[in-house]
Design a protein around this ligand. Structure first.
Ligand code: ZN
Length: 280
């Protein structure tokens, strides 16, 4: 099943046709997309009963995030081998965890204002939690996942690295720095949700190109590691890390400019388009 958030209303595809969930379910689910994760098991059962499956066409200029108001948003740094080797730190021995503050989450229709000249791109596989997860084992982790979507962990590198003890959160949390979408795809729709091609194009040029099998810590291991400490709540979001090819690691470095466009693509999900615009 795929769910999207069209103009603030939860929708899914039934036989390829975009269908308003609140209307079809007589108000049992939706229209707020975030609220469905609190009823995830019932929603999935309802989806099966009405024949919700597969995809269809949606105008991306209408799309908000499929999880618009998560209570917690986790980011994972240096989680692809080749990307970890781009910087000075090397491959991490434990997940490098930070937060993106939830107000940065937007959907496909949102333009992202560039706040400073060293703003960078990071295509990422994004996990949305569907069932409370506290002290969950890796073996059981996927049963707590509602689905996968595409995200951009937009990062202002100067602020991200500022100070003697750099903290990633603020530099990754300007308004619009967490585009997600175009829709959420449930794990059963993938042949293998742990092996997906992931890429990013900047103005048509391929700048990142990898597979999620290159993740240092897989989705299952991240759910286990995070949930050992923090209860993961329905609708929470995990940005799982970016492959090599970010702008800051290029020689010379390259950063996002107003007027540029990112197209982020993940196999089995689709593409998320993000337009960059000048500061107000
Ligand atoms: Zn990232």
């Amino acid at each position: 099943m795929r769910i999207s958030n069209v103009n603030g209303r939860l929708t899914t595809f039934v036989d390829g046709v975009t269908t308003d969930v609140a209307e079809l379910s007589n108000g049992q689910f939706g229209p707020d997309a975030q609220s469905v994760y609190a009823q995830w098991d019932e929603f999935v059962a309802w989806g099966r009963s009405v024949g919700a499956h597969g995809g269809g066409a949606v105008d991306q200029s209408l799309l908000d995030s499929p999880a618009p108001q998560p209570r917690q948003v986790f980011g994972i740094g240096l989680n692809y081998v080749a990307h970890a080797l781009e910087g000075p730190w090397g491959v991490p021995e434990v997940p490098a965890v930070f937060t993106k503050y939830p107000t940065c989450i937007v959907g496909a229709r949102h333009e992202v204002r560039i706040p400073a000249p060293t703003t960078d791109w990071e295509v990422e596989l994004v996990v949305v939690i569907g069932r409370d997860a506290h002290q969950v084992s890796a073996a059981d982790a996927w049963s707590h996942v509602a689905g996968l979507t595409i995200g951009q962990d937009i990062s202002e590198r100067t602020l991200q690295r500022a100070g003697n003890v750099p903290q990633f959160g603020l530099g990754k949390s300007y308004p619009g720095f967490g585009p997600m979408g175009p829709w959420l795809v449930t794990p059963d729709e993938f042949e293998n949700p742990d092996d997906l091609a992931i890429s990013c194009r900047l103005n048509g040029e391929l700048v990142q190109d990898s597979r999620t099998t290159d993740l240092v810590f897989s989705v299952s291991r991240l759910v286990e590691y995070l949930s050992a400490v923090v209860p993961l709540l329905p609708g929470d979001v995990i940005f799982t890390g970016t492959p090599s090819g970010v702008g800051a690691a290029r020689k010379p470095p390259r950063f996002l400019q107003p007027g540029e466009t990112l197209v982020s693509t993940i196999e089995g999900i689709g593409s998320l388009t993000t337009r960059l615009v000048a500061p107000r």
